[in-house]
Design a protein around this ligand. Structure first.
Ligand SMILES: [Zn+2]
Length: 210
């Protein structure tokens, strides 16, 4: 993976992005990553102004993806849910959704369902390892992994399948959203877990990936 500067966004519209997007600050951003729960019009605006590729995963407040319905996707952006792709030399993978906390919720999964979603990614991860010598450089998810930047309430428990995915794919970075709270006025948003740096991007971060 080459050293690249990226913009990551998640969960909350930031008015400043509307003004910053037209300024110099974001001009050397290589690509944009969306970690979910943002209006697709916002993603479309960012990609239009910056004119750089945007890869995203849906969150639990986003519509269920439906190829027949234009409102279920961000036009001009790449939905990376359960997919991997190679942007120049960077291998990026995506895992949308959160823990299931409502029976009828969209993009919500039980711990077991989340594991079965990781299984669906395995052929691509194996293919990357054969072709590129590694499975992933960057994993974007909506949910945090279990026990890392998550919480104990029903809606904000992390997905154990993401811990497993980190162990088998060994991405250098895992960028997520979904949790945005301050516990005892301390916000933990950047953690080293094995060989992976886990970053909560809420509401946006500019990151130099190395
Ligand atoms: Zn969420």
């Amino acid at each position: 993976m080459l050293a690249v500067k990226i913009l990551a966004v998640s969960d909350q519209i930031v008015d400043r992005i509307y003004s910053l997007a037209t300024s110099e600050q974001f001009q050397d951003v290589e690509f944009i990553l969306g970690c979910g729960d943002l209006p697709y019009t916002y993603l479309e605006y960012i990609v239009t102004v910056l004119n750089k590729p945007l890869y995203y995963v849906p969150g639990n407040h986003d519509p269920m993806y439906n190829p027949q319905d234009i409102r279920s996707r961000a036009e001009g952006c790449f939905n990376l849910d359960l997919r991997t792709m190679c942007h120049k030399k960077s291998l990026i993978g995506g895992f949308g959704g959160s823990i299931r906390y409502r029976p009828d919720g969209t993009n919500q999964y039980t711990q077991f369902e989340a594991y079965s979603r990781v299984v669906r990614m395995l052929p691509q991860l194996v293919g990357n390892r054969i072709r590129h010598g590694r499975a992933l450089d960057i994993l974007i998810s909506h949910s945090p992994p279990f026990g890392i930047h998550d919480d104990t309430d029903r809606a904000h428990i992390g997905l154990k399948a993401l811990n497993w995915l980190m162990r088998i794919a060994k991405p250098r970075y895992l960028l997520h959203g979904h949790t945005h709270f301050y516990r005892n006025n301390i916000s933990q948003s950047d953690s080293e877990v094995g060989s992976t740096r886990v970053i909560n991007v809420y509401p946006y971060k500019i990151i130099d990936l190395v």
